[in-house]
Design a protein around this ligand. Structure first.
Ligand code: FES
Length: 117
């Protein structure tokens, strides 16, 4: 009696999956702006997501390269303007950003082809 029930609805706070995001900081990617992509991701990543600089990811012609693990998702030609979408859709929403996927690792699938993407 006299106590007030406190609503505790944890479903209104989505759980962010723990991930590691690697952003190549080797020569080719640096020339394409990967330093700014790294800084932007470090600023915007939600708690539980670790963002780190990496050495060459072996895709030098497709930089800036970003790899997200443990999902094993490879993004190519990532720009600073892409970071908010990558954070919202992948790191928070759990859906990889289709138009940034590297086609070598994620070949387009007709089953998932979205002409509006
Ligand atoms: S320099 Fe970035 S993938 Fe090689």
């Amino acid at each position: 009696m006299g106590e007030r029930a406190v609503a505790s609805d944890s479903s209104s706070y989505p759980t962010v999956k723990r991930r590691c995001v690697s952003v190549c900081q080797n020569r080719s990617c640096l020339r394409s702006g990967s330093e700014d992509v790294l800084a932007s991701l470090q600023q915007q990543a939600p708690d539980g997501v670790f963002v780190q600089a990496s050495s060459c990811l072996g895709q030098c012609g497709s930089g800036p390269m970003v790899q997200v693990n443990p999902d094993n998702v490879w993004y190519c030609r990532v720009r600073v303007k892409d970071v908010p979408k990558l954070v919202e859709e992948h790191l928070i929403g759990d859906r990889p950003v289709r138009n940034l996927l590297h086609p070598r690792f994620h070949p387009p699938s007709p089953a998932y082809y979205d002409p509006t993407a």
